[in-house]
Design a protein around this ligand. Structure first.
Ligand code: CP
Ligand code: NVA
Length: 308
């Protein structure tokens, strides 16, 4: 059966843990090597990943390309607007054609249903490179970063500040699979998807919502935020006004547990959701987090090819 990675639950907790373990080992094994050199075992030699972007990207685009190179394969980057997809060719037909020309497909789209449609008609693995609903590859990198900081996932207290968006949905999903807790600090009207919350709670995670940012971060081991206005969203001014009290600044970080780390998927809007002092400060691990996109996705790719 073709393995798609549309959300973390497609793999499940055990496979996610195995991928993180694989990523740690592979990262250590190539420490200090030139970025583009293939890993010694080149496990995806000869394989090609086709990437389709409907939205902008820096990290996802470069990290998947580098991941494929390090695994011994290669990648194609396509902007949907320059494909026939952008002129009305169906997603189903695009899936059928790319399945005959590439070994896996990654899609970044504004509509999660399009990703599901692609997967339904592809005979090769399909990977979520961000949708309006979720961003599972980002959370694989986030989890890897937290583990590298010496923090065990079960029982971990993760505080999220700002908008209840796609990145938060995947954090909540991970919490249910890996048994950590999420303290969500968001203004009323900007809550995350209740389907993800209920599923994580059913999985044994504690997911609590706070309207007071200080209560959300109290005792947290990890503090995470993201842009207040995601790609494709409107109503920017109202969103920024509502979320202003949830800015991650030094005063808010001081309310977290001693030794707490700060994560941000990037791109950051400095002075909005996070201050320079926090993102450039000693508790910030955002550059490790960005680099870990490569390492985590190599293991996601290996999983989709049945190697994990
Ligand atoms: N974090 C992330 O997905 O970044 P890009 O939008 O640059 O890919
Ligand atoms: N929530 C952001 C994440 C960007 C990587 C967005 O969807 O724009």
């Amino acid at each position: 059966m073709t393995r798609h990675f549309l959300n973390l639950s497609d793999a499940g907790g055990d496979a996610v843990a195995a991928m993180l373990n694989d990523a740690l080992g592979r990262k250590a094994a190539r420490l200090g090597w030139p970025m583009g050199r293939s890993d010694a075992d080149a496990p995806l030699a000869g394989r090609v990943l086709a990437m389709i972007f409907e939205k902008n990207s820096t990290r996802t685009r470069v990290s998947f390309d580098m991941a494929m190179r390090q695994l011994g394969g290669s990648a194609l980057v396509m902007e949907s607007g320059s494909m026939q997809l952008g002129r009305g060719e169906t997603i189903a037909d695009t899936a059928r054609v790319l399945s005959r020309m590439a070994d896996a497909i990654m899609l970044r789209t504004d509509d999660h249903a399009k990703l599901e449609e692609l997967a339904a008609h592809a005979s090769v693995p399909v990977i979520n490179g961000l949708t309006d609903q979720s961003h599972p590859c980002q959370i694989m990198a986030d989890l890897l970063t937290v583990i590298e900081q010496g923090k065990a996932l079960p029982g971990l207290e993760v505080a999220w500040l700002g908008d209840g968006n796609n990145v938060l949905n995947s954090i909540v999903e991970a919490a249910g699979l890996l048994k950590f807790n999420v303290r969500i600090g968001v203004p009323e009207g900007y809550d995350s998807d209740p389907v993800f919350v209920e599923r994580a709670q059913a999985g044994g995670a504690s997911i609590a919502v706070y309207r007071d940012p200080r209560m959300a971060v109290a005792g947290a081991d990890v503090v995470v935020t993201d842009t207040w206005v995601s790609m494709g969203q409107t109503g920017g001014e109202a969103r920024i006004a509502a979320m202003a009290p949830f800015q991650v600044n030094e005063a808010l970080m001081a309310a977290a547990a001693p030794g707490a780390v700060f994560l941000h998927c990037l791109p950051a809007h400095r002075g909005e959701e996070v201050t320079d002092a926090v993102i450039d400060g000693a508790q910030s691990v955002v550059w490790d987090e960005a680099e870990n996109r490569i390492h985590a996705q190599k293991s996601v790719l290996r999983w989709t090819f049945g190697q994990l």
